[in-house]
Design a protein around this ligand. Sequence first.
Ligand code: SF4
Length: 199
Amino acid sequence: MNIDLSRRGFLRLAGAGAAATTLGAMGFGAAEAAVQAHVRDFKLATTTETRNICTYCSVACGIILYSKGDIAAGETAELIHVEGDADHPTNRGTLCPKGAALKSFVKSETRLTHPRYRAPGSDRWQEVSWDEAFDKIARALKDDRDANLIERNEQGVPVNRLTTTGFLAASATTNETAWATWKVVRSMGIVGFDNQARV
Ligand code: SF4
């Protein structure tokens, strides 16, 4: 029989069974049964695990978010624990102090959870929907590209450069996402492109 068991799953099983099997090997059968009857579930056993990437820096460590609450049943999922992902090749379960404090970041009262827009000449920000934000960005980018794309240089060589719009990408992305972002930005001719790894 094949058993598909991750390293974390193996450790969880091994920890729960260690005390009982040790007693059993010493001949304390009844004691083993009593231990097994009183083994409590781990606090994280009933949570939902969501894999993600730490938002802070370009190392992009793998994390696991543990939340309670069934979203499919209309409940609000509440984050109760964050830890490093032992199966992630970048950090193999480790986190630096910033990553280890991610739960505080997620639950911070000052964390922005919606896009904000400041109209030209205004001194205040207003909350907008994601659709509205994407529409504004697309409109501004298209208008700027139509007006300012440099198709040829002084020697008449095709260059297709857009130097009046810049793009700043996040570091908390996978290689695949970073590759796709690069392709999209360069396909529009944008020259000023950087990501958070250099911030
Ligand atoms: S855990 Fe630390 S090293 Fe890893 S991505 Fe987050 S901030 Fe960077």
